[in-house]
Write a protein that binds this ligand. Structure first.
Ligand SMILES: NC(=O)c1ccc[n+]([C@@H]2O[C@H](COP(=O)([O-])OP(=O)(O)OC[C@H]3O[C@@H](n4cnc5c(N)ncnc54)[C@H](OP(=O)(O)O)[C@@H]3O)[C@@H](O)[C@H]2O)c1
Length: 180
């Protein structure tokens, strides 16, 4: 099973590397494509041409970008995930989003037959490399259960908190998220 991964910033890169080290095959995309190519050279990951191209090749995709605006661009923008063959597939958004965005993203993806897990992470680069992050997940329980095995590759604590938006609301960072 190949898994999609979008966002090779500081934390994204560390999580992606950890997943590969744990035996997960990744197809990656990053806005600055040279970062994705460099990552691929180092790890053997495949690089997609765009989020839309990426979702055509996988059933689930992690997204970890700067903020809600960046997440919206990657999911709903031009050549975004929603432009590809996304029906029946799951977007696992680990971006630190505002919870109202997570609620909308969940609803909009549902309308086109796709699933959204709102899954902000707590921790930083070193805990990510050691598989010691914490993740707080909101969204459909069935989709959470399906993807739990992937969270276990890089998290020491995994909390399912109910509907989409509750992951972002419940992780105690709302004040900071209001920047989004
Ligand atoms: N760093 C941490 O320790 C930490 C801890 C907990 C939570 N988080 C959260 O995790 C998320 C990512 O953090 P990070 O440290 O990896 O951030 P980062 O190093 O600033 O990287 C940001 C990533 O977002 C991408 N991006 C930004 N704007 C974009 C846009 N409009 N469209 C597409 N991609 C865009 C960047 O692409 P480019 O490479 O093209 O710029 C890069 O891949 C954030 O929401 C942050 O709050 C981080």
């Amino acid at each position: 099973m190949k898994v999609g991964f979008i966002g090779l910033g500081h934390l994204g890169r560390a999580i992606a590397k950890r997943l590969i080290d744990q035996g997960i095959e990744l197809i990656v995309w990053n806005r600055t494509i040279s970062k994705a190519e460099e990552f691929a050279k180092e790890t053997g990951a495949e690089v997609a041409d765009s989020p839309a191209d990426l979702i055509n090749k996988v059933d689930r995709v992690f997204v970890i970008v700067f903020d809600s605006q960046a997440s919206e661009e990657v999911i709903f923008g031009e050549k975004g995930l929603a432009d590809g063959e996304i029906k029946g597939k799951t977007v696992i958004d680990m971006t630190t989003n505002h919870y109202t965005y997570a609620e909308v993203a969940y609803r909009e993806l549902k309308k086109i037959g796709a699933y959204y897990l709102d899954a902000p992470v707590l921790g930083s680069v070193i805990p990510a490399m050691k598989g010691e992050l914490t993740v707080v997940v909101g969204g459909d329980k069935e989709k959470f259960e399906e993807n739990k095995v992937l969270f276990e590759k890089f998290c020491k604590a995994i909390y399912y908190v109910g509907e989409a938006g509750k992951g972002s609301k419940g992780s105690g960072k709302d004040a900071r998220r209001d920047k989004n």
